[in-house]
Structures are given as C-alpha cells and as structure tokens.
Design a protein around this ligand. Structure first.
Ligand SMILES: [Fe+2]
Length: 601
C-alpha cells in the first residue's frame, strides 16, 4: 500500500492530508467541519474525509505521519523554563499540566483517537511516524513545487526549537543547512506587534500587514536599536528583555510598552495613527529580514528557485518584495504555508525522504497542489436535495446561462456568494468558496467589509485576474488615479476613501494588490466566469474574498454557504449550477444574535 496520511494537530489549525504514490489526493482543515476557527483538536472529521476521498480505510495506510516531535517540544519548554526560572514560573505552571496530561502522551493519545476512528485495536493500526516541525514545513514547500532543485526557507513562530530554517531541495531529498533556534523568532516578533496593536495572535498578523500601508515607518530604528540584532546575512537575535512569551502568558512586557509609550491597544478599540505606524514599521523590518535571508540562501546554494513555507510565508507583501528583488528566477509558496500545510509536508517527507521514492513528474511549471482545490465537493444533485429540504427557491441554470447571468449581476454591483467544486486547502479563498464583486465599484470595499464580512473597514481585498497567489504586486501606472493636493494631505485611515485606480476595490492605499491569477486547468468554473465578465465589461478582474463572516471558518458545505448568505447582505448565492436570489428567500428563522456564534478573530 502506498497511501500515507499526514496529520497536523494540537497546536493550531489542525488538518489532515492523504498522499497516494506521491500525489496529494486530499487535504483539509478540521475547522471547516467543526465550524470552530483554527480548531486545534484531533482532526477526526478531516481524516475521515481524506480516507473517503481516496476510498481507503485507515488500516490500509502505509504510514500515518504527525507533523512534529512532541518530546523535543517538551524539551524546549523545559529548557526555556529552566533558563528563565524563576521568571517563567507562571507560564510553566500553566503550560505544564496540559503538556503532562495530554501532549507529552501525545503518541498514545493519537493512537487512541485513530483506533477509535477506525474501530480497531491500537495494535491493528499502521505505523505512526513523527517528522520535525520544520522538516514538515520544508517538505510542504519543496516536494509539491514545480522545481527539481530549490533553496527552501521556512519561517514561523516556533515548532520544537527551530523558528527559521534553511534547506536545499534536490529531487526527492531535502538537506538541512542551518536554523535559528527559539526564542529568536521572526514569527513571534511579528506576533508581539500583532498583540501590541490590539489584534489576536496567530490570526491578526494578516490585519497588521493590511494596516501597514496606512502608517509611516517611524519605529524601524527603535526596533533595530532595542528589540532586534539583525546581521547583514539576515540572521538575528531578539532582546528577550522586551518580550514575555518565554516567561509569561502575553507576548510583550512592561519594558516593551514603555518603549512605545503605553499599554497595548485594547482589542476592538479605535485604531490610532500610532498603531498604523507600528504596523508599517514591523512590516518594513520583516521584509528586510526576509530579503536578507533570501539573499543569503541564494549565495549559499546557488539555486535558481526559492520555496517558502511556515506562517511568515503568509506575509504576501514580504513574498512580493523577495520576488521583485530578483534574487531568484522563480518563487513557489506552499498555499497552506501555516501549520495546516504541515500535514501535507509530513506525508510527503515520509514518501520521499524515508521511502526514497522519486518525485512525481508533472508538466513544466505545474505544481502538486492542484490549485489548492483539495477539499470536499458537492454535486448538483446533492445541492438540489439540500435546497428542496430547505424549501429555498432557486433556479438551476446551464453553464452558459450561469456565467452570463452572474457576470451581468457582478457588473451591476451585486455581491455574489460563489460555491463551486472542491474547497480550498489553506487560509485563502481562490474561487471555490468565495464572495465576489465588481473591482471597478468604488463602494465595493466598504460594502464587503462592513455589510458582508462584518469586519474592519481598512482590510484590503484581493483581485482575481485571468491567468500564482500569495504575492503582492503594484497596480500598473496606467490604471492609477492621481491624487489631488487635498487628498495627498490626508493621512492614516482617511486615505481609505480616496480611489486609487479604476479598480478601486482591489487597489490598496500604497497602490499594491494581492493578486490571484486564475487558470483554466485548475479553476475552470471561476475562469469561465471571469471570461464572461471580461466579455461584458472589458475587465478580466473581480474582487474575491473568502466565503465567511468575521471569525467564521470558510464555508464547506451548501448548508454553511446558505446560512452565511442568509445572514449577510450577499445578493445572490451560486451553489454549483443553482442560483438563489435573496429577494426570493423567506427570512431565516433563527436566533438574532448569531454573530456571537463566532469569536472575533
Ligand atoms: Fe509552524
């Protein structure tokens, strides 16, 4: 048997992945089933789905592979405690009972859960293996990439010890080059500023990145003078006198707060110019580190290509900087760059590194992630069965009718819930579970943020354009709109209301855009919709945001999508070939304070 199950769990964003003969058949995050954002529990639903998709039983598997080594992580916790004792006592006392009870005995916990899932005794389970955390990230970045040889850079908060690691990928082998150990961590440095500016650690980092263009890099020198010793090769050490994550239960301490003039911004309170300036400063420092590390890797490996993974690789603005520096001919980023992607890496590491199986040959330029469409799909028959059970009025259209009608609705500024084919793996919606709108509409950014997603108005949206993702590029000069003198005098969040181009909904205040290019082979429905919209308007670009409200995981099933449609001001819902108009629907009978269902992210 060649089927391998990869598992990421018990930290944040649990996921499962199934690899057959070196090809990723299925991958999905547990949150999509439990509807609990970044669910860190045992991914039982995700595993069941992967097995169903591959039509195999758990007991048929060659291996089950977990994405980190719990005992090494325990060693790190213990050593950190000892080196910071007695200051670390509080966090130690909080963390240890959990670790001792649950995580230290993780192997037996995993075996127990897996045996229960399969309905067999533990002794009947296939072998359970463990990769190192960064090895899983590196494998997820290199093995599905289109490259035979590449430098591989992983950056995250922390796994066992490594927080940044450098690898050389050649065919079916990954060779470790060097790493930067805990507590010196680019991911945790960024998270410290995420915490200090009032956002949630492990999910608000993306907001800090989106806020950065509204600010000035006022604190860059302060960061270099006090918090960070950055070497010319990109390696760094943090000054732990300013951080609390080794010893306490917060990210930053009083000394950090004094350095920036006060306590952290309370969550959900008004954003200040200082928060924007801090966001811009940490973003600039992060980009500088990313570029220096990439340059060092190019010099040391001589590779033409670079692969990225780890949570920091979700910083698409930093990735865009690396690309534009021209250090490498090509760049490939694991779409599930955070810990969910560790499930893919763990399975592929066992197949290539342990079993020494060759890489799968693919056409030039093609990667092994199938456009990240690796989750559940629902047929028109299943969708209609659900809609009939709901007694929800809908129309089933042919493909041609569907694309034409939705292109027309988009052009008249309607907001569309778009649900097609297999769900995306990773944090970004790419046209399978998306809310979409007309990028030319000046009101679209605020309508989508405030009336659809119920989230902060400054958050930028991504354009989907015909013809890789996780990158940020500047909008061309010819499409930009020059600012008047009065507009140029504006600062901070006031800049939000100044149209920056003829596609204002997707042009950020610094003229950047978080581009997703849409390919006919991997994303045929979405591609054809964009084609229809282009034929009607001359613009092959639309706004795309994930199909969810703030704090909710991306919708998975027709039921999730219908509920989100009914709770928000989305005008039209498309489920496969079925179209639902909001005005035809009878109001959803349910509790009125449903928003409490999802904790704010
Ligand atoms: Fe990680």
């Amino acid at each position: 048997m060649t089927d391998i199950l990869g598992i990421s769990a018990f930290y944040h964003d649990s996921a499962a992945c199934l690899v057959r003969d070196g090809t990723v058949l299925a991958a999905v995050q547990e949150e999509r089933f439990t509807r609990k954002k970044q669910d860190a529990g045992f991914p039982g639903n995700a595993i069941r789905y992967c097995l169903r998709e591959a039509n195999c039983a758990l007991t048929d598997l060659r291996y089950m592979v977990f994405y980190d080594k719990p005992l090494v992580k325990f060693e790190r916790l213990l050593e950190t405690y000892l080196s910071f004792a007695p200051r670390g006592r509080r966090s130690f006392v909080t963390a240890m009972p959990v670790w001792l009870k649950e995580k230290l005995f993780l192997k037996s916990l995993l075996c127990k859960e897996l045996a229960a899932l399969a309905g067999v005794k533990k002794s009947a389970l296939p072998p359970l293996l463990f990769t190192e955390h960064h090895e899983a990230h590196a494998a997820s970045a290199f093995f599905p990439s289109p490259f035979r040889t590449a430098a591989v850079l992983c950056m995250d908060g922390v796994g066992e010890w490594a927080t940044t690691s450098a690898w050389l990928g050649q065919d079916n082998q990954l060779t470790p080059l060097w790493d930067i150990p805990f507590p010196h961590s680019l991911g945790l440095l960024y998270s410290a500023f995420t915490y200090y500016t009032g956002f949630k650690v492990n999910s608000g980092e993306y907001k800090v990145m989106g806020l950065a263009p509204y600010g000035a890099p006022k604190y860059v020198q302060t960061i270099y003078d006090h918090l960070l010793d950055l070497k010319s090769d990109g390696t760094f050490r943090l000054n732990m006198d300013y951080f609390n994550y080794c010893t306490g239960l917060t990210m930053t301490n009083e000394r950090f707060h004094a350095l920036f003039g006060g306590p952290p911004r309370p969550p959900e309170s008004l954003l200040r110019q200082q928060d924007m300036d801090l966001a811009r400063s940490i973003q600039d420092v992060t980009e500088e580190i990313m570029v220096r590390l990439a340059r060092t890797m190019q010099r040391e490996t001589g590779a033409d290509n670079l692969c990225l993974a780890g949570g920091v690789a979700l910083n698409c603005v930093g990735n865009g900087r690396i690309l534009r520096e021209g250090l490498f001919q090509d760049l490939w980023i694991q779409p599930a760059a955070g810990d969910a992607g560790g499930a893919v890496g763990a399975a592929l590491a066992a197949w290539h590194q342990l079993d020494e199986q060759p890489r799968v040959s693919r056409p030039a330029g093609h990667d092994g992630m199938q456009g990240a469409f690796l989750g559940p799909a629902f047929s028109n028959a299943e969708i209609e069965q659900f809609l009939k059970a709901q007694d929800a009025p809908y129309m089933r259209l042919s493909d041609a009718e569907l694309y034409d009608r939705i292109a027309t609705e988009l052009a008249s500024e309607k907001v569309i819930g778009w649900f097609q084919g297999r769900m995306e793996f990773g944090p970004r919606a790419l046209g399978a579970r998306s809310i979409i709108g007309d990028a030319r509409s000046p009101k679209m950014q605020s309508v989508m943020n405030l009336k659809i997603k119920y989230r902060e108005s400054f958050r930028p949206f991504a354009p989907s354009v015909l013809r890789d993702m996780l990158l940020v590029a500047p909008v061309v000069e010819s499409r930009r709109t020059a600012m008047t003198a009065a507009q140029q005098a504006l600062w901070g969040i006031d800049l939000l209301n100044v149209p920056r181009s003829d596609i204002p909904a997707v042009t950020h205040v610094d003229y950047s855009a978080r581009i997703q290019t849409v390919h006919a082979e991997t994303n045929p429905h979405y591609y054809r919709l964009l084609k229809a919209f282009e034929a009607k308007t001359g613009y092959g670009v639309i706004v795309n945001t994930s199909f969810n409200v703030r704090g909710e995981p991306i919708v998975c099933t027709p039921e999730d999508a219908y509920r989100c449609f009914m709770r928000t001001e989305i005008d039209t819902l498309v489920l496969g070939n079925c179209v639902l108009d909001k005005i035809d629907q009878k109001p959803l009978v349910e509790d009125t304070d449903w928003r409490k269902e999802f904790a704010l992210d």
